[in-house]
Design a protein around this ligand. Sequence first.
Ligand code: LLP
Length: 421
Amino acid sequence: MDHFLYRDGALYAEDLPVTEIAAEVGTPFYCYSTATLERHFRLFDEALEGTDHLVCYAMKAASNQAILKTLAAVGAGMDVVSGGEYARAKAAGVPGDKIVFSGVGKTEDEIELALSGGIRQFNVESEPEMAAISAVATRLGATAPIAIRVNPDVDAKTHAKIATGKSENKFGIPISRAREVYALAASLPGLDVVGIDVHIGSQLTQLEPFELAYNKVAELTETLRADGHNIRRLDLGGGLGIPYERSNSAPPLPVEYGAMVKKTLGHLECEIEIEPGRLIAGNAGIMVSKVIYVKSGEDREFLIIDGAMNDLIRPAMYEAHHDIVPVQEPEPGQEPARYDIVGPVCESGDTFAKARDLATLEAGDLVAFRSAGAYGAVMSSEYNSRPLIPEVLVKGDQFAVIRQRPTYEEMINRDSIPAWL
Ligand code: LLP
């Protein structure tokens, strides 16, 4: 459930008509709903009720300071994957002991930044990275809490570009080598081995792959404990999918996921961490765009809109589906019209949807891309020198621009000219 609903024929973001926001900020823009962000965080938090747990929002999904502050205020920790994300989380007021640091290639500078600013744990992805963390911690006279990310070799049954838990993927250490790597961890100075980490992929629409992976983690926990490691925390990653197509059957709910987690891992009495990104932010955001032209092709109609692949890359990159709806709801009984919906960028890949049935639209009409809150704004670029589009946060009947659209001048002034030119 989200808070982008029609009222009297017009699409609202919470209690605000989307047209009103568009009139003030111009199109295209991203629009997030505070109530939806909070609700999705709480669904996970409540799903793990009764177990010692922390929901660490995977902020790579949407990392605007206002979004982070909204989630931090309701108790979220953060999962970060770069020094930049760590700095953003700290700037939003998240304490270090609620930040976990994931990612396959943490640099020594990033490790030092997190160790100095405070960190809940590093999720270690390889032996050389572990050695680097040990070395930096020793140099700083600090102790780095670590979990080791294991690769359980399970098929997440999702898009190949976002599956991470097969042995062919670059992530984690093979679970078959876990005992050896934990023994090495225990022998290195400056490390405190607190637990095990696993993340098998994103946009999972079934519980089964999670369950397979978590059963392996349960078994490994017992083995490692028998080896003398004090395994007290399990980080289960993120990955629960969202319904991108309202017409399709919905993926499992956080409460079902939580029940499965308790069933497979509850007996171990570990603290549980999860790192959901998409499910918290995805349906909490829309991208609003305006029709520039309706163009008749040989055998199809093109809806040329002012949003493009640089603003929302997911359809071009993953063949992802986003529901696209008119901001003005069509009259009941109105015949749908079929369009290829495209942006102005000079690539054929700049196609959001083919043969999509929509209301009959004209230049100047607004459309909204649903489920665009996660991996939308954060993956955008200024390709074709199209300035990054603004982000807006709604709360009830108020909204605030949480990132301005840069002017052309600001965009150009980020470049600098060498003295010889
Ligand atoms: N934890 C780790 C270590 C991750 O790598 C990810 C996502 C998450 C948590 C959060 O997963 P989520 O709950 O959002 O599924 N750009 C792609 C998705 C890439 C996901 C990368 N890792 C997309 O637009 O579909």
